[in-house]
Design a protein. Structure first.
Length: 110
């Protein structure tokens, strides 16, 4: 499923116009960026509350195609700029991480 299709299906808000055609094959939920670096699968979506540019750097290193910010977290400008440069979609939801993870899991039919 493409990142834009995932966001649309879930009714989540797309923050930037990059990475929307990235293929999302899996998901990973964590707020500990070292955990994400070591364990997140490539071509996944990161579900987190970490709204800063370091999240984008870690996502890029891990081959993550999209980031979902939960709890209605706002993405700062430097995060949006970094994600756009790295071609990573940034998506926002009011859902908490538990609910977002459940919804993403069901959407991807893993």
């Amino acid at each position: 499923m493409l990142a834009k299709e995932l966001a649309e299906t879930l009714g989540y808000i797309v923050i930037n116009n990059a990475g929307l055609d990235n293929e999302i094959l899996d998901g990973y939920t964590s707020d500990l960026l070292s955990d994400v670096m070591g364990n997140a699968p490539e071509d996944s979506v990161l579900i987190t509350i970490q709204a800063h540019k370091n999240t984008v750097a870690v996502a890029s290193l891990a081959g993550i195609g999209a980031i979902i910010l939960c709890n209605n977290r706002e993405a700062p400008d430097d995060m949006i700029e970094a994600a756009t440069k790295e071609d990573i979609a940034v998506i926002k939801t009011q859902d908490n991480q538990f609910v977002a993870s459940y919804k993403v899991y069901n959407c991807l039919e893993l």
